[in-house]
Write a protein that binds this ligand. Structure first.
Ligand code: SF4
Length: 448
C-alpha cells in the first residue's frame, strides 16, 4: 500500500518578499555599464511609478536592515538633494521625448523622508515635478514618516504638494516593547504625531505595527492594535519581527526558534481576526485596509508589469529587462561611504549595479507579486502576458503548495489564490519561487 507522506511544513518566517529579485542578488554591472538612454528606449513610459529615496533617520531601529544612516550632518542632506537633482536631470533626459513620459504614482521613502526640513521637502517635491515632470497633485503620492519627524510644518508642505498617503512606523504603542525593538519612543509623542497627521487631512493614514517583540503578549498586542484603531487608519501593516544580520537585534544574538515562530503565527492570527472583525479587509499577509477607504495606490500603474524610476542612492529602478540601483549595504560604515560616493557623483547616465531579468525571472516575479496578494491571481492575465499557464511553468512548486494546503481549493478554477494557511506562510512561500540563480546569488552575497 502506498502512503502519501505530506511534505514537512517549512519555517514560516524566512524572508519578506517585497521585490524580486532581492537587492542582494544584484551585482556591479562591470565596465560596460548600460546607458539609461538605451535601457529605456523601447520601454513603455506612459504609466511609470516614481520613487525618491531619502536614506536618513534619527535613530536606527533594532530590526531595520534598510539602507539608511543616522547622525547626518546638516550640510549632508543639502548635498544629497543636490545629487538627487543632478540624477533626476540625467534620468529625465535619458527617458527622452520620443514617446509620452507620464508618472502614474509617486512615493518618497527611506529611511525617513521627513528627516528633511520643511524647506528641503519643498525642494524634493520640486525635483519630482520640475525635473521629472511628475504631476504630484494629480497622482497618488505616498510618504513615509516617523513620530518625531511628523511635525506640523513638514506635514503642511506634504499636504499642500498633493500627498495622498502618509505611512508612519509606530511598531508598538507599549513603550517597553518599543525599547525592546530598539526603537525608543514615548507613546505620548506617538499619539501627538498621529494627531498632527490627522490635522493635516491627508486622505490615507497607514500605521505600521510589529508583532513578535520580546515581552509582547497577546494582550499587549491587542492593546497596540486598539490604540492604532482609535485613529481609524485607512490602512494598517502588521509586520512580523525579523532579526537580520548587522542590525542591532542581530548583534544582540537574538535568533529564530520554533517557539518564536509559534508566537508570531499566533499573534498574526490574533491581529488578523481583530482587524477583520472591525471592518478591515486583508490585502496581503501584512496589509489591511479599512472597508470603504479611498484606494491609495494608482489604478493605472501595475507593479507586475509597469516600469519604475527610483532616484536616490538606495532606490531601485525597473525596466522589463534590468533591475538596477546603486551599491547596497546594511552596516553603518559602508552606508556612509555609499552615500558620500552618491553625493559626489557627476555622471548619472548609466546603471551601476543590478540584475538582468529574463523571461523565466519575469514569470516568477509576476507569479510572486500576484499570488502574495489575498485576492490572488487571474490565470488568464498570466496566460495573456506569457502565453502559458502557471501550472505549465511551475508544476512542481504549485503541486507542493497544494500539498501543503497553501492554495485555496474553493477558489474559481480561473483564480490562483492562497488559502488562509498559505497567506500566513507568505514569507515561506515567496522564497520557494526564487530561481536557482537568484538563490545562489543571494547566498553568495556577503552582508556589509
Ligand atoms: S525602521 Fe524606519 S525609522 Fe527605523 S531605522 Fe529603519 S527606516 Fe529608519
Amino acid at each position: 500500500m502506498n502512503t502519501v507522506v505530506p511534505p514537512t511544513v517549512p519555517r514560516p518566517y524566512q524572508s519578506y518578499v517585497y521585490a524580486y529579485p532581492h537587492k542582494t542578488a544584484y551585482r556591479p554591472l562591470g565596465d560596460n555599464r548600460p546607458a539609461l538612454r538605451e535601457l529605456w528606449a523601447d520601454e513603455p513610459k506612459d504609466a511609470l511609478s516614481l520613487y525618491l529615496h531619502i536614506p536618513f533617520c534619527e535613530v536606527r531601529c533594532g530590526f531595520c536592515n534598510l539602507f539608511t544612516r543616522i547622525g547626518a550632518p546638516d550640510e549632508l542632506t543639502g548635498r544629497y538633494l543636490d545629487a538627487l537633482d543632478r540624477q533626476a536631470a540625467a534620468v529625465r533626459e535619458a527617458l527622452g521625448d520620443g514617446s509620452p513620459v507620464r508618472f502614474a504614482a509617486a512615493a518618497f521613502g527611506g529611511g525617513t523622508p521627513t528627516f528633511l526640513t520643511a524647506g528641503e521637502l519643498e525642494r524634493l517635491c520640486d525635483i519630482a515635478e520640475k525635473r521629472m515632470g511628475a504631476d504630484l497633485t494629480a497622482v497618488p503620492l505616498s510618504v513615509e514618516t516617523s513620530p518625531s519627524t511628523a511635525t506640523a510644518d513638514r506635514l503642511a508642505v506634504l499636504a499642500g504638494r498633493g500627498t495622498t498617503r502618509v505611512s508612519i512606523g509606530v511598531q508598538s504603542f507599549v513603550d517597553a516593547e518599543a525599547r525592546a525593538a530598539v526603537r525608543p519612543q514615548r507613546r505620548a509623542d506617538v499619539e501627538a504625531a498621529l494627531g498632527r497627521i490627522r490635522d493635516a487631512r491627508i486622505p490615507v493614514l497607514n500605521i505600521d505595527l510589529i508583532y513578535g517583540i520580546d515581552g509582547q503578549t497577546e494582550r499587549s498586542w491587542l492593546s497596540s492594535l486598539d490604540a492604532a484603531l482609535g485613529w481609524e487608519p485607512e490602512e494598517l501593516y502588521l509586520y512580523p519581527l525579523y532579526v537580520r544580520p548587522l542590525t542591532a537585534l542581530g548583534r544582540l544574538g537574538a535568533d529564530a526558534d520554533a517557539a518564536w515562530d509559534e508566537q508570531r503565527l499566533r499573534l498574526y492570527r490574533t491581529g488578523r481576526d481583530h482587524l477583520l472583525a472591525r471592518g478591515y479587509e486583508q490585502v496581503s499577509m501584512r496589509m489591511f485596509r479599512r472597508a470603504g477607504a479611498p484606494p491609495a495606490a494608482s489604478g493605472d500603474h501595475a507593479c507586475q508589469t509597469d516600469g519604475m524610476i527610483g532616484l536616490g542612492c538606495g532606490a531601485r529602478s525597473y525596466t522589463s529587462s534590468l533591475h538596477y540601483s546603486f551599491d547596497y549595504a546594511v552596516g553603518m560604515g559602508e552606508i556612509r561611504r555609499i552615500i558620500d560616493d552618491f553625493t559626489t557623483t557627476a555622471d548619472f547616465s548609466r546603471a551601476a549595479v543590478g540584475r538582468w531579468v529574463d523571461g523565466d525571472e519575469a514569470r516568477r516575479r509576476h507569479l510572486l507579486q500576484s499570488l502574495l496578494q489575498a485576492e490572488g491571481m487571474e490565470v488568464a492575465d498570466y496566460r495573456e502576458r506569457f502565453g502559458t499557464a502557471p501550472a505549465d511553468d511551475f508544476p512542481v512548486e504549485l503541486e507542493r503548495f497544494a500539498a501543503l494546503g497553501w492554495l485555496d481549493t474553493a477558489a474559481d478554477p480561473g483564480l490562483l489564490r492562497l488559502s488562509e494557511q498559505g497567506l500566513a506562510h507568505s514569507d515561506a512561500l515567496g522564497p520557494e519561487l526564487f530561481s536557482p540563480a537568484v538563490r545562489a546569488a543571494m547566498a553568495a552575497y556577503e552582508p556589509k
